[in-house]
Design a protein around this ligand. Structure first.
Ligand code: FES
Length: 362
């Protein structure tokens, strides 16, 4: 009976489409779509990217992976067929999520991949469709889609169907403006259950934090919370931060308005805006200085110290660390006074100067 259901042709596509329609209806009824400030440019990017992903990119990768598998490793074809469904499902989901964690994290830490993933973070509001806005090449290189092809070749098709449906429920709900977890945070007695849930699965709060504009609001963590379905990898690799609140602003600190053509087709089409990371002349420039910067800090106020040295707003972060392994330092001034803030980035007492700049040379 269960296998009969899973063997219905394209059942996963129907169910995923059903989940999207459900979120579309719920966001519309809740008024989120009517209030949306998304431009036509945003819609073209999101809907176009979704359509091409489903109609061209995925079929092309699946066909290529199966073809290569049969050509190079014919003895492995359908080798998982004898396994129970639950075992195949577990293998499929854990490998898929591990690959996605590292691919997504690399897309924040390496400049070329960041430029392909940047459109995803340009969205200034969340919504069920935001999960589909990335450059075309980002999807073509995505290891998870290749993994689906490989797992199909190995004989795990039913596990993939179930796995894709479960994954999409988590991914779409964690991008939606209708965050189911907000209700759970209202009841203190639910806290232990939420604690366990958020340490296994990605919640809307966990993922919204990743889309927040800047750590300055105390909730956003755009350089952490990289997980897709499970939060276990972020906890294991030290990139998790749990919040039960939502960012005050979404998007990028340094965000020139980008046409969908450059966002979606980079590096084939580049931005004409010289300030854009997607333009041909853009490069990160070293802004470190040999002397500390004297700043008047206000007691209790949050500041974001630039660690990478690329910010044009020294000694503070302006978002130019995206595409590197650096992460700014959030700090609060303990008293209102003039302070020497490190500009050479060599200090051992960040963000304050410890005279390490005597060893600084560019
Ligand atoms: S610009 Fe953010 S850490 Fe340097």
């Amino acid at each position: 009976m269960r296998e009969d259901f899973l063997s219905i042709p394209n059942i996963d596509i129907y169910i995923v489409a059903g989940i999207l329609v459900l979120f579309f209806l719920m966001e519309t009824i809740a008024g989120a779509l009517q209030k949306s400030k998304r431009s036509a440019n945003d819609w073209i990017q999101e809907v176009g990217s979704f359509a091409i992903l489903g109609l061209i990119t995925k079929p092309l990768i699946l066909f290529s992976a199966i073809f290569l598998g049969q050509l190079l490793f014919p003895s492995l074809n359908y080798v998982l067929n004898g396994n129970i469904l639950l075992l195949n499902l577990l293998i499929f989901l854990l490998v898929d999520d591990f690959l996605q964690y590292w691919y997504h994290r690399s897309a924040h830490e390496y400049e070329f991949l960041w430029k392909l993933h940047r459109p995803h973070h340009q969205a200034e509001e969340m919504g069920f469709f935001v999960s589909y806005r990335n450059a075309a090449l980002y999807y073509l290189l995505m290891p998870n889609i290749w993994w689906i092809g490989i797992f199909t070749f190995l004989g795990g098709a039913y596990a993939i169907i179930l796995g894709v449906i479960l994954k999409q429920i988590i991914i779409i709900s964690s991008h939606s403006t209708l965050s189911y977890d907000k209700i759970l945070y209202r009841y203190k007695w639910l806290s232990p259950i939420v604690f366990v849930w958020e340490r296994i699965f990605i919640t809307p709060a966990f993922h919204h934090s990743h889309h927040g504009k800047s750590q300055l609001d105390g909730t956003s963590d755009p350089n952490g919370n990289f997980g897709n379905m499970f939060s276990i990898w972020d906890q294991f690799f030290g990139t998790a931060s749990f919040h039960r609140a939502f960012p005050s602003e979404y998007g990028l600190q340094n965000n020139p308005k980008e046409n969908w053509k450059a966002s979606y087709l980079y590096p084939v089409i580049k931005s004409k805006d010289p300030k854009s990371e997607l333009s041909s002349n853009y490069s990160k420039t070293d802004q470190r200085k040999a002397l500390p910067s004297e700043q008047i800090l206000e007691k209790g106020r949050n500041y974001l110290w630039c660690r990478c040295g690329f910010s044009k707003n020294q000694p503070y972060c302006d978002g130019n660390h995206h595409g590197t392994k650096f992460k700014p330092l959030l700090f609060q001034a303990k008293s209102s006074k003039k302070s020497r803030i490190c500009s050479c980035k060599l200090t051992k007492t960040p963000p304050y100067c410890d005279d390490s700049h005597t060893k600084f040379s560019k």
